[in-house]
Design a protein. Structure first.
Length: 340
């Protein structure tokens, strides 16, 4: 008999670690993971079954389906923004092809065990594309259905996968003799820049915020790659994990959308610098603008409108700008480098 489980793809990242931790604490679901690399031992011991491989590997998904009954999926596996620009075809294969395989897997699972599969998908502020800086500053908070003209491969992938998810949820095989849609309960969180204290920045397009803190904690000079007036939305990583879990457990009848904006604070790069300098008065933080990366960030909203998420499923981030930096990011990063 197949065993009911939650499936987490890309579980080796920090959101995956957070989800594994929370489900292990709750103890109400068995946990199955997929990642291209082996999980850290501290995470792996909390998982019931770990699959090492790619989400583009159909035989792997077939083996998983034969053994387990999946009714909740967190699909985190992806090639992120910077790498996607250097390898756009590989990004499309993983980000779009892998998501399509997993949506089809969810459809077959739901048909097999006779109830919908909740499919949680983290999208990105990169799905937006504002035409110019003047428009960005004029419109302020952007709603979910506005300015969806991404300029990066990662943004294009994310937006298309949002549409694929809506198709599977509402219109799947709509010409079939019998209705087969609404077996996949697709729910998407469109994340802003996520800032983590637990992992090192990996060169992402929004990583200038944590890079400032890490450099200051190590006593190294830092040249910020965006202008001082650059403004995009951010969120502390613990709030990102909470958002996914809260939306996953929300009653279906309360949800009026498949994709929701979430955001917590939207400081300028100069305001971030000022907070870091308050904590590290001797830090050397300058602005050394990378023209190409700046051009990408300028197409992203200065802020996002999270009204729908607050209304439909009670989104309420714990960390505002000051608390995120002073209570979570700076002290945790300082301890990390002190013990390194």
């Amino acid at each position: 008999m197949r065993k009911p489980v939650v499936l987490i793809t890309g579980a080796g990242g920090e959101i995956g670690h957070g989800l594994v931790e929370r489900f292990a604490e709750r103890g109400d679901r068995r946990i199955v993971t997929i990642d291209i690399a082996r999980l850290d031992e501290s995470v792996a011991k909390k998982v019931d079954r770990e699959f090492t491989g790619s989400i583009t590997d159909r035989p792997l998904l077939e083996r998983l389906m034969a053994e387990f009954e999946v009714d909740l999926i967190f699909h985190l596996a992806a090639l992120l923004s910077t790498r996607s620009e250097f390898t756009p075809v590989a990004a499309h294969d993983v980000n779009v092809g892998g998501t399509l395989h997993l949506l089809e897997f969810a459809q077959r699972e739901a048909e097999s065990h006779g109830r919908p599969v909740v499919f949680m998908y983290p999208s990105s502020v990169a799905a937006y594309g504002l035409p110019d800086l003047e428009t960005k500053m004029r419109v302020g908070k952007v709603r979910e259905d506005d300015y969806l003209h991404p300029t990066t491969m990662y943004g294009c992938n994310k937006l298309y996968c949002e549409l694929l998810g809506t198709y599977y949820a509402q219109h799947y095989k709509q010409l079939a003799a019998e209705a087969v849609s609404r077996r996949v309960d697709f729910r998407c969180v469109r994340f802003p820049g996520l800032i983590s204290a637990e992992t090192m920045p990996s060169g992402g397009t929004s990583d200038y915020a944590p890079e400032m803190i890490h450099a200051a904690a190590k006593g190294e000079p830092y040249g910020c790659f965006v202008r001082p007036d650059t403004r995009i939305p951010f969120m502390a990583m613990p709030d990102g994990v909470d958002a996914l879990l809260t939306l996953a457990s929300a009653p279906r009848e309360r949800l009026r959308r498949t994709a929701y904006n979430v955001g917590a604070f939207s400081p300028s790069a100069e305001e971030i610098r000022d907070v870091v300098l308050t904590a590290f008065p001797r830090a050397e933080i300058s602005f050394d603008v990378d023209r190409k990366r700046q051009a990408i960030v300028d197409t992203w909203p200065a802020d996002v409108d999270s009204t729908a998420a607050c209304r439909d499923w009670g989104f309420a981030p714990r960390y505002d700008f000051q608390r995120a930096f002073r209570e979570y990011l700076i002290p945790t990063i300082v301890r990390r480098h002190a013990t390194a």
